[in-house]
Ligand binder design. Structure first.
Ligand code: 13P
Ligand code: SF4
Length: 315
């Protein structure tokens, strides 16, 4: 731990704060976090938190999610400009217009969207439970999946359920190509390829496992292989190396480089984390009516993720 990290830990204690960090955060931030995980784990942690302050080290929609599920807390985000290309790709007014044109459509929204889009949705999903959420939707309902076309396509393949797909994508994950991944596979023929479902189909087809960032940790732990190729954002490599120090993780290269850094995730720095905790700003605020509307599909997801049998349920 460096001096700044020590100060953050002391502030965290004195202010009764909890630090929740996504797997894509830089190593120094992951090291001071109370919990590091994927969007689903972070949502559960945020809801269960008893701390007075939640310092969220991730992107804007993740901090919004924390506020929606636990509104009594002061939610801080080190940089309020930490957005997400997927969230940007789905405008709430456009979605509202779409729903007007298709009355009765059932909206499944990937958690990577704004609170306004969540408020217009029937259920939220993450990469960790998308398949399951879609299996829960009553069979007679037509589904619109927003905003990630790649995740939506993957869920269709897994479930056999047809869905209309919003045409959004993650600007980082679409940079991995069939050719760039084939090249690294030739270099490491014994290393299983683990890819995030936001990758395009030609990349997913090469993968031994397609899963959420949290499931990547479990897959690599349980698999006897020593080396793995990881096709997702670069921060994931820190989490994997910390958790599984005896294994070797090779970053999946894109056409340009082997540095899939999400510019939004990387807006959070250790300095900003320190300032946010010290000054208790920037704080995330949300109108109550918006929060209440967005809470319904989010809570539905959290409920459906907990129970075991997967059967179609009415809303
Ligand atoms: P996970 O929920 O799998 O961590 O994914 C979040 C994300 O933003 C992927 O780009
Ligand atoms: Fe959004 Fe992609 Fe960054 Fe994840 S990696 S936060 S989906 S832009």
């Amino acid at each position: 731990m460096n001096a700044l990290q020590e100060e953050i830990l002391a502030l965290k204690k004195s202010k009764n704060a909890v630090i929740l960090a996504h797997n894509y955060q830089v190593r120094e931030i992951q090291e001071v976090a109370d919990y590091v995980g994927d969007s689903l784990g972070l949502a559960y942690q945020a809801q269960a938190s008893r701390a007075e302050i939640i310092l969220f080290c991730g992107v804007h929609f993740m901090a919004e999610t924390a506020k929606i599920v636990n509104p009594g807390k002061k939610v801080l985000l080190p940089d309020l400009n930490a957005g997400c290309s997927l969230a940007e790709s789905c405008d709430a007014a456009e979605l509202a217009a779409y729903k007007e044109r298709h009355p009765g459509i059932y909206v499944v929204a990937y958690i990577n969207c704004t609170a306004e889009v969540k408020a217009l949705s029937d259920v939220i999903c993450t990469s960790g439970n998308a398949e399951r959420m879609v299996q829960h939707v009553p069979a007679d309902r037509e589904i619109l999946f927003v905003p990630d076309q790649n995740l939506g396509e993957w869920v269709m393949e897994k479930t056999g359920r047809k869905m209309r797909l919003w045409q959004g994508n993650c600007y980082i994950h679409i940079e991995f190509t069939h050719e760039s991944i084939l090249r690294i596979r030739r270099e490491y023929p014994n290393a299983p390829l683990v890819a995030h479902p936001e990758c395009t189909r030609p990349v997913r087809l090469l993968a031994d496992e397609v899963c959420s960032t949290e499931k990547m940790v479990h897959y690599c732990r349980d698999n006897p292989a020593k080396e793995f190729i990881i096709a997702t954002e670069s921060g994931m490599l820190h989490r994997l190396r910390r958790e599984l120090p005896d294994k070797i993780f090779i970053p999946g290269p894109t056409e340009k480089c082997a540095c899939a850094d999400c510019r939004y995730m990387k807006m959070n720095t250790l300095e900003k984390v320190h300032e946010a905790l010290r000054d208790e700003t920037p704080e995330l605020f949300m109108a109550q009516d918006l929060r209440e509307k967005a809470f319904i599909p989010l809570q539905r997801m959290l409920d459906w993720s907990r129970d075991t049998p997967v059967v179609a349920q009415a809303k």
